[in-house]
Design a protein around this ligand. Structure first.
Ligand code: NAD
Length: 259
Protein backbone atom coordinates (compact mmCIF):
# COMPACT_ATOMS: atom_id res chain seq x y z
CA UNK A 1 0.00 0.00 0.00
CA UNK A 2 1.26 3.54 -0.76
CA UNK A 3 2.02 5.12 2.60
CA UNK A 4 1.12 8.74 3.31
CA UNK A 5 4.38 10.66 3.59
CA UNK A 6 3.15 12.60 6.61
CA UNK A 7 3.03 9.51 8.83
CA UNK A 8 6.20 8.25 10.48
CA UNK A 9 7.07 4.63 11.26
CA UNK A 10 5.87 4.96 14.86
CA UNK A 11 2.48 6.37 13.80
CA UNK A 12 2.00 3.65 11.19
CA UNK A 13 2.80 0.98 13.78
CA UNK A 14 0.27 2.51 16.20
CA UNK A 15 -2.35 2.58 13.41
CA UNK A 16 -1.60 -1.05 12.48
CA UNK A 17 -2.24 -1.95 16.14
CA UNK A 18 -5.37 0.19 16.17
CA UNK A 19 -6.74 -1.58 13.09
CA UNK A 20 -6.31 -4.91 14.89
CA UNK A 21 -8.16 -3.58 17.93
CA UNK A 22 -10.98 -2.23 15.76
CA UNK A 23 -11.33 -5.59 13.98
CA UNK A 24 -11.70 -7.27 17.36
CA UNK A 25 -14.04 -4.68 18.91
CA UNK A 26 -16.16 -3.47 15.97
CA UNK A 27 -18.32 -1.48 15.71
CA UNK A 28 -16.39 1.19 17.60
CA UNK A 29 -17.36 4.79 18.46
CA UNK A 30 -15.62 8.03 17.38
CA UNK A 31 -15.38 11.24 19.37
CA UNK A 32 -14.25 14.15 17.21
CA UNK A 33 -13.22 17.76 17.75
CA UNK A 34 -12.26 20.85 15.79
CA UNK A 35 -8.91 19.27 14.79
CA UNK A 36 -10.60 16.91 12.30
CA UNK A 37 -11.90 19.93 10.35
CA UNK A 38 -8.74 22.08 10.18
CA UNK A 39 -7.76 20.26 6.96
CA UNK A 40 -11.05 21.57 5.51
CA UNK A 41 -9.85 25.13 6.21
CA UNK A 42 -11.87 25.66 9.41
CA UNK A 43 -9.60 26.86 12.23
CA UNK A 44 -9.75 25.07 15.61
CA UNK A 45 -9.75 26.85 18.99
CA UNK A 46 -6.61 25.71 20.78
CA UNK A 47 -4.31 24.30 18.09
CA UNK A 48 -1.16 26.22 17.03
CA UNK A 49 -3.15 28.59 14.73
CA UNK A 50 -6.42 28.34 16.67
CA UNK A 51 -9.06 31.06 16.91
CA UNK A 52 -8.23 31.63 20.58
CA UNK A 53 -4.90 33.10 19.52
CA UNK A 54 -7.00 35.91 17.93
CA UNK A 55 -10.15 36.44 20.05
CA UNK A 56 -11.95 34.87 22.98
CA UNK A 57 -15.37 33.40 22.14
CA UNK A 58 -18.59 35.03 23.31
CA UNK A 59 -19.97 33.95 26.70
CA UNK A 60 -23.70 33.15 26.74
CA UNK A 61 -24.45 35.41 29.72
CA UNK A 62 -22.75 38.38 28.03
CA UNK A 63 -24.56 37.65 24.75
CA UNK A 64 -27.92 37.87 26.52
CA UNK A 65 -27.03 40.98 28.51
CA UNK A 66 -25.16 43.12 25.97
CA UNK A 67 -26.88 44.32 22.75
CA UNK A 68 -23.57 45.73 21.39
CA UNK A 69 -21.92 42.38 21.78
CA UNK A 70 -24.80 40.71 19.94
CA UNK A 71 -24.33 43.12 17.04
CA UNK A 72 -20.63 42.30 16.75
CA UNK A 73 -21.49 38.57 17.07
CA UNK A 74 -23.82 38.82 14.05
CA UNK A 75 -21.28 40.91 12.15
CA UNK A 76 -18.65 38.18 12.68
CA UNK A 77 -21.13 35.49 11.68
CA UNK A 78 -21.93 37.33 8.45
CA UNK A 79 -18.31 36.89 7.34
CA UNK A 80 -17.56 33.51 8.96
CA UNK A 81 -20.68 31.51 8.15
CA UNK A 82 -20.30 31.56 4.34
CA UNK A 83 -16.78 30.11 4.78
CA UNK A 84 -18.10 27.34 7.03
CA UNK A 85 -21.10 26.66 4.78
CA UNK A 86 -18.80 26.36 1.76
CA UNK A 87 -16.27 24.05 3.47
CA UNK A 88 -15.91 20.52 2.12
CA UNK A 89 -15.23 17.37 4.13
CA UNK A 90 -11.59 16.26 4.07
CA UNK A 91 -9.93 12.84 3.98
CA UNK A 92 -10.49 12.36 7.73
CA UNK A 93 -14.28 12.83 7.54
CA UNK A 94 -14.44 10.62 4.45
CA UNK A 95 -12.40 7.85 6.10
CA UNK A 96 -14.74 7.80 9.13
CA UNK A 97 -17.78 7.61 6.82
CA UNK A 98 -16.12 4.65 5.01
CA UNK A 99 -15.52 2.90 8.34
CA UNK A 100 -19.21 3.38 9.14
CA UNK A 101 -20.38 2.11 5.75
CA UNK A 102 -18.32 -1.05 6.29
CA UNK A 103 -19.48 -1.79 9.82
CA UNK A 104 -16.29 -0.83 11.70
CA UNK A 105 -17.69 2.35 13.24
CA UNK A 106 -21.21 3.06 14.50
CA UNK A 107 -21.73 6.44 16.16
CA UNK A 108 -19.79 9.69 15.90
CA UNK A 109 -20.05 12.02 18.88
CA UNK A 110 -18.74 15.36 17.69
CA UNK A 111 -18.01 18.69 19.32
CA UNK A 112 -18.02 20.26 15.87
CA UNK A 113 -20.70 22.57 14.62
CA UNK A 114 -19.78 22.42 10.94
CA UNK A 115 -21.88 19.48 9.69
CA UNK A 116 -18.92 18.02 7.78
CA UNK A 117 -19.39 14.44 9.02
CA UNK A 118 -22.87 14.38 7.48
CA UNK A 119 -21.58 16.09 4.32
CA UNK A 120 -18.96 13.30 4.04
CA UNK A 121 -21.72 10.68 4.05
CA UNK A 122 -22.08 9.75 7.72
CA UNK A 123 -25.80 9.04 8.28
CA UNK A 124 -27.27 12.03 10.22
CA UNK A 125 -28.83 9.71 12.83
CA UNK A 126 -25.37 8.41 13.77
CA UNK A 127 -23.84 11.86 14.37
CA UNK A 128 -24.46 13.52 17.72
CA UNK A 129 -23.63 17.22 17.54
CA UNK A 130 -22.94 17.86 21.20
CA UNK A 131 -22.25 21.55 20.69
CA UNK A 132 -25.06 22.12 18.22
CA UNK A 133 -24.95 23.21 14.59
CA UNK A 134 -23.95 26.46 12.92
CA UNK A 135 -26.40 25.58 10.14
CA UNK A 136 -29.33 26.46 12.39
CA UNK A 137 -30.52 29.56 14.24
CA UNK A 138 -32.35 29.19 17.57
CA UNK A 139 -34.59 31.56 19.53
CA UNK A 140 -33.38 31.81 23.14
CA UNK A 141 -36.97 32.54 24.29
CA UNK A 142 -39.33 30.17 22.44
CA UNK A 143 -36.49 27.70 21.45
CA UNK A 144 -37.79 27.46 17.88
CA UNK A 145 -35.12 26.38 15.40
CA UNK A 146 -34.69 27.76 11.87
CA UNK A 147 -32.49 26.66 8.95
CA UNK A 148 -29.68 29.21 8.68
CA UNK A 149 -29.88 29.44 4.89
CA UNK A 150 -33.55 30.43 5.06
CA UNK A 151 -33.33 32.74 8.08
CA UNK A 152 -34.17 36.40 7.31
CA UNK A 153 -31.11 38.44 8.37
CA UNK A 154 -31.64 42.22 8.49
CA UNK A 155 -29.18 44.68 6.97
CA UNK A 156 -25.74 45.21 8.55
CA UNK A 157 -25.85 47.01 11.87
CA UNK A 158 -29.23 45.58 12.87
CA UNK A 159 -29.87 42.64 15.16
CA UNK A 160 -32.09 39.80 13.87
CA UNK A 161 -34.98 38.60 16.00
CA UNK A 162 -37.18 35.51 16.17
CA UNK A 163 -39.82 35.53 13.37
CA UNK A 164 -42.15 33.56 15.70
CA UNK A 165 -41.97 35.49 19.01
CA UNK A 166 -39.63 38.46 18.46
CA UNK A 167 -37.08 37.08 20.97
CA UNK A 168 -33.28 37.15 20.82
CA UNK A 169 -31.85 34.65 18.35
CA UNK A 170 -28.41 33.12 18.05
CA UNK A 171 -26.62 30.39 16.15
CA UNK A 172 -27.89 27.01 17.42
CA UNK A 173 -24.50 26.22 18.94
CA UNK A 174 -23.50 25.95 22.57
CA UNK A 175 -21.72 29.08 23.76
CA UNK A 176 -19.48 29.15 26.81
CA UNK A 177 -21.67 29.09 29.90
CA UNK A 178 -24.65 27.56 28.06
CA UNK A 179 -25.95 24.08 28.93
CA UNK A 180 -25.68 21.18 26.51
CA UNK A 181 -28.85 19.59 25.17
CA UNK A 182 -29.81 17.07 27.87
CA UNK A 183 -30.88 14.36 25.42
CA UNK A 184 -27.69 14.63 23.35
CA UNK A 185 -25.55 14.42 26.47
CA UNK A 186 -27.52 11.48 27.87
CA UNK A 187 -27.33 9.57 24.58
CA UNK A 188 -23.58 10.28 24.27
CA UNK A 189 -22.94 8.99 27.77
CA UNK A 190 -24.98 5.84 27.05
CA UNK A 191 -22.98 5.23 23.88
CA UNK A 192 -19.72 5.84 25.77
CA UNK A 193 -20.70 3.34 28.50
CA UNK A 194 -21.53 0.70 25.89
CA UNK A 195 -18.47 1.23 23.67
CA UNK A 196 -15.72 -1.38 23.32
CA UNK A 197 -13.34 1.14 21.80
CA UNK A 198 -13.53 4.91 21.54
CA UNK A 199 -11.47 6.65 18.87
CA UNK A 200 -10.80 10.31 19.73
CA UNK A 201 -9.79 12.50 16.78
CA UNK A 202 -8.65 16.13 16.77
CA UNK A 203 -9.65 17.29 20.23
CA UNK A 204 -7.62 19.03 22.93
CA UNK A 205 -9.99 17.31 25.41
CA UNK A 206 -10.19 20.49 27.45
CA UNK A 207 -13.84 21.48 26.98
CA UNK A 208 -16.14 19.98 29.63
CA UNK A 209 -18.54 18.25 29.91
CA UNK A 210 -17.80 16.94 26.37
CA UNK A 211 -14.25 15.92 27.29
CA UNK A 212 -15.63 13.68 30.03
CA UNK A 213 -17.18 11.37 27.43
CA UNK A 214 -13.93 9.56 26.48
CA UNK A 215 -13.14 9.29 30.20
CA UNK A 216 -16.53 7.68 30.84
CA UNK A 217 -15.87 5.21 28.00
CA UNK A 218 -12.47 4.36 29.48
CA UNK A 219 -13.88 3.94 33.00
CA UNK A 220 -16.61 1.67 31.59
CA UNK A 221 -14.00 -0.67 30.09
CA UNK A 222 -13.56 0.65 26.54
CA UNK A 223 -10.14 0.79 24.94
CA UNK A 224 -9.16 4.39 24.16
CA UNK A 225 -7.28 5.52 21.04
CA UNK A 226 -6.32 9.16 20.43
CA UNK A 227 -5.33 10.71 17.09
CA UNK A 228 -4.18 14.29 17.64
CA UNK A 229 -1.24 16.35 16.50
CA UNK A 230 -0.36 17.51 20.01
CA UNK A 231 -0.56 15.95 23.50
CA UNK A 232 -3.89 15.75 25.35
CA UNK A 233 -4.61 15.33 29.07
CA UNK A 234 -5.89 11.78 28.42
CA UNK A 235 -2.81 10.47 26.57
CA UNK A 236 -1.43 8.69 29.61
CA UNK A 237 -4.72 6.78 30.05
CA UNK A 238 -5.05 5.88 26.37
CA UNK A 239 -4.21 2.44 24.97
CA UNK A 240 -2.95 3.94 21.72
CA UNK A 241 -1.84 7.45 20.81
CA UNK A 242 -1.15 8.55 17.24
CA UNK A 243 0.52 11.93 17.03
CA UNK A 244 -0.13 13.19 13.53
CA UNK A 245 -2.55 14.72 11.04
CA UNK A 246 -6.06 13.29 11.24
CA UNK A 247 -6.61 13.12 7.46
CA UNK A 248 -3.53 10.97 6.75
CA UNK A 249 -3.96 8.84 9.89
CA UNK A 250 -7.63 8.02 9.25
CA UNK A 251 -7.07 7.40 5.54
CA UNK A 252 -4.33 4.90 6.40
CA UNK A 253 -6.59 3.28 8.99
CA UNK A 254 -9.53 3.00 6.57
CA UNK A 255 -7.22 1.49 3.92
CA UNK A 256 -6.02 -1.13 6.39
CA UNK A 257 -9.59 -2.06 7.35
CA UNK A 258 -11.62 -1.50 4.20
CA UNK A 259 -8.97 -1.53 1.46
P1 NAD B 1 -9.63 22.43 20.22
O1 NAD B 1 -9.42 23.59 19.31
O2 NAD B 1 -9.62 22.69 21.67
O3 NAD B 1 -8.52 21.34 19.93
C1 NAD B 1 -8.27 20.87 18.64
C2 NAD B 1 -7.10 19.90 18.72
O4 NAD B 1 -6.91 19.31 17.44
C3 NAD B 1 -5.78 20.59 19.10
O5 NAD B 1 -5.12 19.82 20.09
C4 NAD B 1 -5.01 20.61 17.78
O6 NAD B 1 -3.61 20.53 17.98
C5 NAD B 1 -5.53 19.36 17.10
N1 NAD B 1 -5.48 19.41 15.64
C6 NAD B 1 -5.66 20.48 14.83
N2 NAD B 1 -5.58 20.11 13.54
C7 NAD B 1 -5.33 18.78 13.53
C8 NAD B 1 -5.14 17.82 12.51
N3 NAD B 1 -5.20 18.16 11.22
N4 NAD B 1 -4.90 16.54 12.86
C9 NAD B 1 -4.84 16.16 14.17
N5 NAD B 1 -5.01 17.04 15.19
C10 NAD B 1 -5.26 18.33 14.86
O7 NAD B 1 -10.96 21.69 19.75
P2 NAD B 1 -12.04 20.85 20.59
O8 NAD B 1 -11.34 19.94 21.52
O9 NAD B 1 -12.99 20.34 19.60
O10 NAD B 1 -12.79 21.93 21.46
C11 NAD B 1 -13.08 23.20 20.90
C12 NAD B 1 -14.50 23.66 20.84
O11 NAD B 1 -14.51 24.51 19.72
C13 NAD B 1 -15.53 22.65 20.60
O12 NAD B 1 -16.51 22.90 21.52
C14 NAD B 1 -16.12 22.95 19.21
O13 NAD B 1 -17.52 23.09 19.30
C15 NAD B 1 -15.62 24.31 18.87
N6 NAD B 1 -15.10 24.50 17.50
C16 NAD B 1 -15.65 23.79 16.47
C17 NAD B 1 -15.14 23.96 15.18
C18 NAD B 1 -15.76 23.19 14.05
O14 NAD B 1 -16.96 22.88 14.10
N7 NAD B 1 -14.99 22.81 13.03
C19 NAD B 1 -14.08 24.85 14.95
C20 NAD B 1 -13.55 25.57 16.04
C21 NAD B 1 -14.08 25.39 17.32
Amino acid sequence: MALPVTLGQQERQALDDLAEEIRARRPVVAFTGAGISTESGIPDFRGPSGLWKRAKPTKYRDFLAQPDLRLSYWERRRTRYPVLAGAEPNAGHVALARLQANGYLCDIITQNIDGLHQKAGSPPGTVIELHGSAHHIRCVTCRQIFAANEFPLPADGLEPSCPACGGIVKEATISFGESLDVDDLRRSLEIARGADLMLVVGSSLQVNPAARIPQVARQSGAALAIVNNEPTPLDDRADLVVRGPAGAALTYLAELLVG
